[in-house]
Design a protein around this ligand. Structure first.
Ligand SMILES: *Cc1c(COP(=O)(O)O)cnc(C)c1O
Length: 447
């Protein structure tokens, strides 16, 4: 066993070393070699060392180098060294984070992380937390808590009775709402299309004066960090409007919520603590391994009421039971990596990571502007949108950048314009990586 684990560690270390220098998108030949996996399942067992060797031989070169320093696609963090090491140990632990009795350390670490995160984000100290797969499930869990709270007030037990015959709930979103919020609403029976869409400005920020008058309590979904521009909805104004009608404000802060942990960017998150629930990702800006998201709810009872399930053999103790706050019962111990990342960074390390990535984004924007290209957004966070001229031209440059392999950026469309997205989210990115990537992008765009 010891030799096998050392061999896995040796191959992992070599993988990460090669990663810094290689093409960010895998070369087509490497993807072709995945066919090496395509064999009929053999009859006899195979030694674990050989299984590992095959995985490395056929798999490693075909990976996207998203753990490396020059991957700027979607919103993708790498994995901090401490988080990766914790992932290895937690893999050996193989704990089920379902109940305290099934895994005291993982339940305990979730509680420690709950307190740390609440402090970092400036949220109410008593908020409840669930450690889920990502912001999609965090949005789902928070909106389930919202659905519970609003219907309970109207005397309807949605967990018991479902939505058939229930009083309707109005849901308000910005026109640039993230698709995962709509997906969560659809899964909860609240519907993707029956939402009220509030107009947004040129950065994608909801215009609070356009929120319709609310006679009944509604759910208002605020966005902290638009996936294209990085812009924040005006949370303070929206929360004030919500309070007047007893509405529930949910914040999708998949990556933007982390701005609150950086003194230099904290102003963006003003008003956010007045909301009722928050969703964020750890696998984006906290740089822990996939999959890892966090839901926070001001009144933990609402989250618990919507998530907990009871059976005679599932005996709950007196301490916080992790599965009372998540859609899952059995679950991997994601809190371990969240703890390791926060413990290794400390408050200043986290602030520095967020601040540094934002500075890198501004550097990209300045470099592209001085080369004559249009930056379509105000670069307030870690997101940059750039146009290289016509839509066709912009799409062609995106393809060239991806094929060149120095870095990787995705394409998007922003309010009718084709754009390339640059999202700087990794602890591993240095000034030099930014300079090298900028040089490559400008060379490819001018060629
Ligand atoms: C990434 C993202 C999500 C979805 O997060 P997953 O971790 O992919 O489930 C939701 N909202 C925003 C704003 C995002 O950027």
């Amino acid at each position: 066993m010891e030799y096998l684990i050392k061999e896995a560690a040796r191959r992992s270390a070599r993988y990460l070393e090669v990663l810094r220098g290689r093409s960010v998108a895998p070369p087509p030949e490497a993807v072709e070699r995945l066919n090496g996996f395509d064999v009929p399942l053999q009859e006899e067992p195979i030694a674990p060392l050989k299984v590992l060797a095959e995985l490395d031989e056929f798999g490693s070169a075909a990976t996207v180098a998203s753990a490396g320093p020059r991957y700027f696609g979607f919103v993708t963090g790498g994995t901090l060294p401490a988080a990766l090491a914790a992932n290895v140990l937690a893999g050996a632990w193989d704990q089920n984070a379902v109940f305290h009795v099934a895994s005291p350390p993982t339940a305990f670490l979730e509680e420690v992380c709950r307190r740390w995160l609440i402090e970092l984000f400036g949220l109410p100290p008593g908020a409840g937390t669930g450690f889920v797969t990502g912001a999609t499930m965090a949005n789902l869990s928070a909106l389930a808590a919202a659905r519970h709270a609003l219907l309970e007030r109207l005397g309807w037990d949605v967990e018991a009775q479902g939505l058939f015959g229930a009083p309707p709930i109005k849901v308000i979103v910005g026109a640039e709402v993230h698709v995962s919020v709509l997906k969560a609403l659809s899964l909860l029976g609240l519907g993707r299309e029956r939402v009220v869409r509030v107009p947004v400005d040129g950065q994608g920020r909801m215009q609070p004066e356009a929120i319709p008058a609310l006679a009944e309590p509604a759910i208002i979904c605020v966005q902290a960090g638009n996936v294209n521009t990085g812009a924040f909805d005006p949370a303070a104004e929206i929360c004030a409007i919500a309070q007047a009608s007893g509405s529930w404000v949910h914040v999708d802060g998949a990556f933007g919520l982390w701005a609150a942990a950086c003194p230099d960017r904290k102003h963006l998150a003003a008003g956010i603590p007045s909301a009722n629930s928050w969703a964020t990702d750890a696998h984006k800006w906290l740089n822990v391994p996939y999959d890892s998201g966090i839901v926070l709810v001001r009144d933990p009872q609402h989250l618990k009421a919507s998530m907990s399930s009871r059976a005679a053999y599932l005996i709950a103790g007196d301490s916080r039971e992790p599965s009372h706050y998540t859609p899952e019962l059995s679950r991997r111990a994601r809190g371990v990596e969240v703890w390791a990342a926060l413990r290794s960074l400390g408050r200043s390390g986290l602030a520095d990571l967020i601040g540094r990535n934002c500075r890198h984004a501004r550097r990209f924007a300045e470099g592209l502007k001085s080369a004559g290209y249009d930056v379509l957004n105000e670069v307030v966070l870690n997101q940059v949108l750039v146009s290289f001229g016509s839509a066709d031209r912009t799409r062609e440059v995106v393809t060239r950048v991806q094929e060149d392999g120095t870095c990787w950026c995705g394409g998007t469309e922003w309010q009718g314009n084709a754009a390339m997205r640059i999202s700087v989210s990794s602890w591993a990115t240095t000034e030099e990586d930014v300079a090298r990537s900028l040089q490559a992008i400008i060379r490819l765009a001018s060629g």
